[in-house]
Design a protein around this ligand. Structure first.
Ligand code: C5P
Length: 321
């Protein structure tokens, strides 16, 4: 094993296409059913290491560098490194540098993608040989969405987020992503959804979501995904609550529709919203029209001051450099 070295990885964001949410279970989590799709919006993580030993020989350094919205020790990078090192009984001086592009609290899985990336980086750098199944277990300890990011691509996700059914790659639709100036924390969104449903005396009972999806559900979903965007029936169960909390969404959706998007949705628990177009060229044209302030609706102002990206679906989440 090399005593020192450096390796990098790109970690892609995801969007949710549809998100059904059941009633909160006794473990505090909600059963979900959703299509997760990797997209071309990447963080880059660089791992540098030195002074490796397989037994714990005193405290060594774990340094995390990057532009985070929390202290370095609270990042998923730090937690993933600690979990991996303790699982393998590995001790080393470690420096993890993150070039953050994926916005935080945007429903794009940035923190989860980084956590999966660190597990993959350590596995590769130290030839640790941790198998896929064990990697998924470690990933789930870091967050419900993290197992998806080990492979990424297109997957039908259920359970609390850990049950994955791989689907055929999504065709090259164009994705126009808007990350509003506000952000949404996932625990807040789930708690607010519970309240919202209580008021409606619904409580998620009407959204019975199975813990694991049946085989037939996978082929049905794949067939729907290959149909024209305008016919997609996918719904995000956070939407009614989020549209009420943030009136910006109604205006944004209208603007996306005016620009010709065939499918419009909030990703995950927000805050980002995306529009899908049948081609990347259409998404780029819509992007240009928004930037030029010619959105074609009275609501373009809702888009100002926001980050915009024209992007595409990807078949994997992690790419070692
Ligand atoms: O698993 P993760 O740490 O990402 O979840 C953060 C919080 O989001 C949980 O503590 C829970 O409140 C909520 N959550 C949920 N149901 C899920 C996933 C997350 O209620 N399926």
């Amino acid at each position: 094993m090399a005593m020192g070295g450096s390796i990098s990885i790109k970690a892609s964001a995801k969007i949710n296409i549809g998100l059904r949410i059941g009633q909160r279970a006794s473990d505090g989590y909600h059963p979900i059913q959703s299509v997760f799709q990797s997209i071309s919006l990447d963080d880059e993580i660089i791992l540098e290491w030195s002074d490796v030993s397989s037994k714990k020989s005193g405290e060594k350094d774990l340094i995390i560098e990057g532009d985070f919205d929390c202290p370095p020790e609270k990042t998923t990078l730090y937690k993933a490194a600690r979990i991996f090192m303790s699982h393998c009984g590995l001790s080393a001086n470690i420096r993890l540098k993150a070039r953050k592009i994926i916005p935080a609290k945007a429903g794009l899985g940035g923190g989860s993608a980084d956590a999966a990336a660190v597990l993959a980086l350590f596995n590769a750098a130290f030839n640790a040989g941790v198998d896929d199944h064990t990697l998924s277990d470690l990933a789930l300890r870091l967050g419900s969405d993290v197992p998806f990011f080990i492979h990424g691509g297109t997957a039908l996700v259920s359970g609390r987020g850990e049950r994955l059914k791989k689907l055929p790659p999504l065709r090259e639709v164009g994705i126009l992503l808007v990350c509003p100036t506000f952000s949404v924390s996932t625990p807040w969104a789930y708690a607010k959804l519970d309240q919202f449903r209580q008021v409606l005396s619904d409580n998620g009972k009407n959204a019975a979501v199975p813990g694991e999806v049946a085989e037939a559900e996978g082929s049905k979903t794949a067939a729907l995904l290959s149909s024209p965007l305008e016919t997609w029936p996918f719904k995000n169960d956070f939407s009614p609550m989020l549209y009420k909390e943030f009136p910006e969404y109604a205006a944004l959706e209208k603007a996306f529709r005016a620009l010709g998007a065939g499918f419009v949705s909030i990703s995950g628990s927000g805050s980002s919203m995306y529009g899908l177009f049948e081609s990347r060229a259409e998404a780029e044209e819509a992007h240009a029209r928004i930037v030029a302030g010619a959105g074609g609706t009275k609501n373009e102002k809702a888009l100002y001051g926001m980050a915009l990206h024209a992007i595409k679906p990807l078949e994997t989440s992690l790419r070692l450099g």
